[in-house]
Design a binder for this molecule. Structure first.
Ligand code: MCN
Ligand code: MOS
Length: 770
């Protein structure tokens, strides 16, 4: 595999206004993997050049429900270059794997090609050929006939019903219905979000190669250890026999955390043919190869006293899931914590539809949840006749209303203040349709967002090498969020070297294990693990320098030494001063190596395996005395064309509390990325279903619209966080998912202010406004 080894040039040096060195934690170091990506030196999973590579192409069902009656593969098999056509009858089955909690699977075979069709786009066959073009041509010749049965295509389908209650999602305190009935001011509204897709730039795909009973998979992955476990279970080989390699990833946004059926097809094909097999999804296939964000329906009722102080919130939610899989999008997650209320009730159902199982997409749960409650609170502000910012402050939750625990840190009031000040909120004219510029109606909206601090245990290896450079190894990943960079900064600061002298190696499951890069947890987990490993490497280095008779510091009788800029000296600067390389040479060592593991001391090997390959051991964000969340407030200006109903976002100011930032430059970029995705969600993104066949019509990036540069105004982000010692070792909270939460309701609220029309169905398209 390729590991980037980039020297950090002068252009990356610090520019932090507070004087923080770019290379330390908290500095604005540019992405250390940037040059490799820009120059094309970064090699992505399916770009590996392997001897004897064969190519697999999937054939997908064209009906949403029913059975495969027959597959006629004769023509395809006879077509040039074809090595094998795999069907449910000819592929060798796998074993069922456990889920991401590690729940023991049923002891039954798993066939990644379907006979029983539960959604349109399901894999029913695969053609393996010498070249990709031959495989594509032959795949078009595979004839599949079906016995079709009626399907339920989406939540609006009359046959969908109320669905299945998910009791674990119920949250209740006080008597919310009674308090609502007694409240003098009441609002009740329904809010909907459609199926949305992660649409990462790099489509899903992999290369699988077997060497005896050992499998190597080059596949973009947010979770190497978890996916390696699934492959190992599928093929009933030991976990250690599977190696996942994923040094660079072209975005995931939640879609690349799990091994999926196309991976099983490719790995099985490789085993059956005794050749490495590459399988890359087409862009249309990515719309059914894994789930996007589930469509959701919510009703939010709020009862207040005459001044707008909340007495009751009643929330009901529904999300779609698939016929044979379960996905719960936690719709009450923000509803239950954003505002203080003495009475609360939230319940959720899921409805099975003929679709691929939906999955995690940037801030699953919190994102649609915030659309409901942050729209509803805005409606309430107009009902009472007070400012939308004021109603939020009036109902500010001084502690977690659900667990009644203290917030670890909650700089939300500060976020409202800083954002309002910078945006100029005080100049807002309260009435809808009261601000305009020619035929453009101007609207200003505000909404808050939050995301829990998910914590977990981590592990890393730090080596100090003979040339004085430092190497960090971890099987965690960087899909663009900045892991390479912040871990270089953490190791540089802890050991006392320059960041240019640190090489970070990620994305190989042979490295020190790591859990999922999901739920905005990786940065906190891995900076903790690397600082622990680096501290122990430093201790070894200093220990050697003090105790080894060959060390120039031996005679000094100091009990500690200082390491900075790659040099070792005495704390008072009165003794020798040598480079790390010189010291290692003098004591005859070619390296120092330390593994840092933040797991409890009494952890067993089984605990460690479970910790890295399942999500069962994550630490609850409400563990102990505190409730831990990151917070944000978005202030957004829209301009709506009065005649055409087109909406443009013209200004965004967001203030965010992610605790201490490991690298403000990268955190700001993450926040902006989330906000941009939120603008797409508010105005553009929607999977459109062909109701006849249950097919996603706009399954490509020309028709499934995501924002382009022209859709995005200047976005200003302000950090209002303070170090949070209860959330992570270095005081940071989550960044990656926070930014998107609250953007869509802020835009919907701005659109109401501009037009007087309340749009409760995303996306806000022009036909909903005229
Ligand atoms: N960071 C920081 N200070 C903190 C926390 C984080 O400076 N206190 C910065 C670091 O650069 C860090 C990044 O923010 O690398 C993200 O950290 P974190 O919030 O811990 O999130 P993860 O590393 O776990 O990344 C996953 C997260 C998720 S869950 C999704 S979804 C998402 C996201 O990150 N998908 C992304 N950001 C993405 N960014 C890109 N470019 N592509 C994706 O697919
Ligand atoms: Mo993020 S949706 O948790 O990968």
């Amino acid at each position: 595999m390729t590991v980037h080894n980039i020297r950090v040039g002068e252009s990356k040096r610090g520019d932090a206004s507070d004087g923080t060195l770019a290379e330390s934690v908290g500095g604005r170091l540019s992405r250390v993997d940037g040059p490799a990506k820009i120059t094309g030196a970064a090699r992505y999973a399916v770009e590996q050049q392997l001897e004897g590579l064969a190519h697999a192409v999937l054939v997908e069902s064209t009906i949403a429900s029913g059975k495969v009656r027959a597959i006629d593969a004769a023509t395809a098999e006879a077509s040039p270059g074809v090595l094998r056509v795999l069907t449910p009858d000819t592929i060798i089955s796998l074993r069922t794997a456990s889920d991401w909690f590690g729940t023991p699977p049923p002891d039954k075979p798993y066939c990644p090609l379907a006979r029983d069709i539960t959604f349109c786009g399901q894999h029913v066959a695969a053609v393996v050929a010498e070249t990709f073009e031959q495989a594509v041509a032959a795949a078009a010749l595979v004839k599949v006939s079906y016995d079709e049965t009626p399907s339920i295509v989406d939540l609006d389908d009359g046959k969908a019903g109320d669905g299945i209650p998910i009791d674990a999602m119920t949250k209740e305190w006080g008597d919310a219905p009674a308090a609502f009935a007694a409240a003098p001011v009441r609002i009740c509204a329904a809010y909907n979000t459609p199926r949305e897709y992660q649409a990462p730039m790099e489509p899903h795909g992999l290369i699988a190669r077997w060497e005896g009973e050992h499998l190597t998979v080059w596949e973009p992955s947010q979770w190497l250890d978890g996916m390696a476990r699934t492959y190992a279970e599928w093929f009933a080989v030991p976990f250690g026999n599977v190696r996942l390699v994923s040094p660079y990833i072209g975005g995931g946004f939640g879609s690349k955390a799990l091994a999926l059926s196309h991976g099983a097809v490719a790995a099985r094909a490789a085993k059956m043919l005794g050749r490495p097999v590459k399988l890359v999804m087409t862009r249309p296939q990515t719309f059914t190869g894994y789930g996007g964000r589930a469509a959701t329906r919510q009703t939010v009722t709020i009862g207040t006293d005459r001044e707008g102080v909340i007495q009751s919130i009643v929330h009901r939610g529904v999300n779609e899931t698939s016929v044979d899989g379960m996905w719960v999008e936690p719709l009450g997650s923000v509803t239950s914590i954003m505002y203080a209320t003495p009475n609360f009730s939230s319940k959720q159902n899921v409805v099975r539809v003929n679709s691929v199982v939906p999955g995690a997409m940037r801030a699953p749960g919190e994102n649609p949840s915030a659309f409901g409650i942050e729209s509803a609170i805005d409606e309430l502000a107009y009902e009472i006749g007070i400012d939308p910012l004021e109603i939020r402050l009036k109902n500010y939750a001084e502690q977690d209303p659900h667990t009644r625990k203290a917030w670890s840190t909650r700089q939300l009031r500060e976020a409202f203040a800083a954002g309002a000040e910078r945006f100029g909120w005080a100049r807002r004219s309260p009435k809808p349709r009261s601000m305009r510029d020619g035929n453009q109606l101007i609207g200003w909206g505000v909404a808050a967002g939050t995301y829990p601090v998910r914590r977990a245990y981590g592990e890393a290896v730090v080596r100090i090498l003979a040339d004085g450079s430092v190497e960090v190894e971890s099987s965690s990943i960087d899909m663009g969020q900045g892991t390479y960079t912040i871990l270089a900064q953490t190791a540089a600061e802890t050991v006392g070297v320059r960041a240019d002298d640190v090489v970070v190696k990620l994305g190989d499951s042979r490295f020190a294990r790591a859990g999922v890069a999901g739920g905005s947890r990786l940065a906190g987990v891995m900076t903790g693990a690397v600082s622990k490993a680096a501290t122990s490497a430093l201790d070894q280095l200093v220990g050697l320098a003090i105790s080894d008779p060959r060390s120039p510091f031996h005679a000094l009788q100091a009990n500690t030494l200082v390491v900075a800029n790659g040099r070792i000296g005495s704390p008072r600067g009165d003794g020798p001063d040598v480079s790390i390389a010189e010291l290692l040479k003098s004591v005859g060592r070619d390296r120092i190596e330390a593994t840092g593991d933040t797991m409890p001391a009494n952890s067993t090997a089984e605990d460690r395996y479970k910790n890295y390959t399942t999500i069962a051991m994550a630490l609850p964000h409400t563990e102990g005395d505190y409730s831990r969340y990151s917070w944000c407030a978005h202030f957004i200006e829209v301009r709506v064309d009065e005649d055409f109903g087109t909406v443009r976002v013209s200004r965004v100011v967001s203030a965010l509390d992610s605790g201490r930032l490991y690298n403000p430059k990268l955190a700001e970029s993450q926040w902006k990325g989330g906000i941009i995705m939120g603008i797409g969600q508010a105005l553009l993104e929607e999977g459109i279903m062909d109701r006849r066949h249950g097919r996603i019509v706009n399954n490509n990036l020309a028709d499934y619209l995501v924002p382009t540069n022209a859709d995005i105004p200047d976005i200003e982000v302000i950090s209002v966080g303070i170090p949070d010692p209860h959330s992570s070792a270095l005081g940071g909270k989550g960044v990656g998912e926070l930014g998107i939460v609250g953007v869509a309701p802020a835009i919907a609220n701005a659109v109401f202010h501009a037009t007087g029309k309340r749009v409760r169905d995303l996306p806000i398209t022009l036909e909903k406004l005229i």
